[in-house]
Design a protein around this ligand. Structure first.
Ligand SMILES: NC(=O)c1ccc[n+]([C@@H]2O[C@H](COP(=O)([O-])OP(=O)(O)OC[C@H]3O[C@@H](n4cnc5c(N)ncnc54)[C@H](O)[C@@H]3O)[C@@H](O)[C@H]2O)c1
Length: 311
């Protein structure tokens, strides 16, 4: 099994900062954050994330200092990549940009350096298709906020070598993440396919007057959403039984949303300029206080979850 000692995170944006923190939480790793310029405020996002975690008991001051000591910022490509064991891109979500990036990295890195992409939706097979060694390319899709959500989807491209999948799964586990093994490179990988199957049905119900937006959200928050942290659909189907699962699907599937185009309501809102939290109106109207409470509430919930996992 490949030994990973140095991880390089490319792109010091929202995900790049979070991922540098995640990898640096492992005392056996050195982390380089590849950035275009060494700005004076470069440490702020990581320090802020850690300070908020410390305030709610999800990290200690000693852990913060240890994490920061393992991270360095680099601008030079040779310095960043020549002794790297694992490089992950947190670059903008543009196919040609990512393809060019990995061709550049290959000029400097060793033959057995693993190349990973944190792409949200694009095909890892296509991203690594211009590389000399595409078999060392793998998807490693973190969820935002990357330092708080445990899931990482490790995605096998059409040519990813098994040793690369295994080493990436092990690395994520060693950094406290919950990696899942995605056997095929399909749009949405695993978790976004599940998420958007639910969003499609949610939008369909509002569009067809079955329930209003807040009611749909309540149905998730106070019903099945309470089960999901401890029981996913596969285990739940076994629990209720295969016969009941079959009977329910035999009756209901023909009534569920199966549109292959985005909801008409989304297009109407776009045309009206109702962009959600950006404008204070989307499916629902939001005051500034409500929007702050919503995003703060999610962050606090996730930090408290991280604190509970630590105990
Ligand atoms: N934001 C999310 O919710 C989320 C979640 C999962 C995955 N992702 C994926 O992670 C990747 C990064 O997303 P993000 O939200 O962190 O974006 P971001 O815009 O915050 O960060 C991108 C970073 O890349 C840097 N960059 C751009 N061109 C560069 C260059 N030529 N050289 C060096 N740095 C350069 C930018 O300065 C910026 O810091 C994308 O592929 C995105 O799809 C995002």
């Amino acid at each position: 099994m490949k030994e990973i000692k140095k991880v390089v995170v490319v792109g010091a944006g929202m995900m790049g900062n979070a991922l540098a923190q995640v990898f640096a939480s492992n005392p056996d790793l050195q982390v380089a954050l590849k950035t275009r310029a060494l700005k004076d405020d470069r440490w702020d996002p990581i320090v802020n994330n850690l300070d908020i975690m410390i305030a709610r008991g999800a990290a200690t001051q000693a852990e913060k200092e240890a994490i920061l000591s393992r991270i360095s910022f680099v601008t030079d490509e040779a310095e960043a990549y020549s002794d790297a064991d694992f490089v992950i891109d947190c670059y903008p979500e543009v196919m040609e940009t990512k393809q060019e990036l990995f061709c550049t990295i290959e000029k400097y890195c060793s033959d057995d350096c693993i190349l990973a992409t944190n792409t949200s939706v694009m095909s890892p097979t296509e991203i690594f298709s211009k590389c000399a060694h595409p078999e060392r390319g793998v998807g490693a899709h973190f969820w935002n906020p990357g330092h708080l959500i445990p899931l990482v989807e490790v995605v096998k491209s059409n040519v990813t070598a098994d040793w690369v999948m295994d080493a990436t799964m092990d690395l994520m586990t060693a950094c406290g993440k919950k990696p899942i093994y995605c056997k095929k490179d399909v749009p949405g990988f695993v978790a976004n396919r599940l998420q958007h199957a639910i969003w499609r049905e949610a939008f369909y119900m509002v569009e067809n007057g079955i329930a209003d937006p807040a009611t749909v959200d309540d149905a998730c928050k106070y019903g099945p959403g309470l089960r999901w942290p401890v029981m996913g659909p596969m285990e739940n189907s076994d629990l209720v039984g295969i016969q009941l699962s079959w009977n329910i699907h035999d009756y209901i599937l023909k009534h569920l949303a199966d549109n292959h185009e985005p909801s008409k309501c989304l297009k109407e809102m776009l045309d009206r300029g109702d962009l959600g939290f950006k404008t204070g109106k989307g499916w629902q109207e939001w005051t500034a206080e409500e929007m702050k409470a919503s995003s703060d509430g999610l962050k606090e919930y996730l930090i408290d979850y991280a604190a509970k996992q630590k105990k």
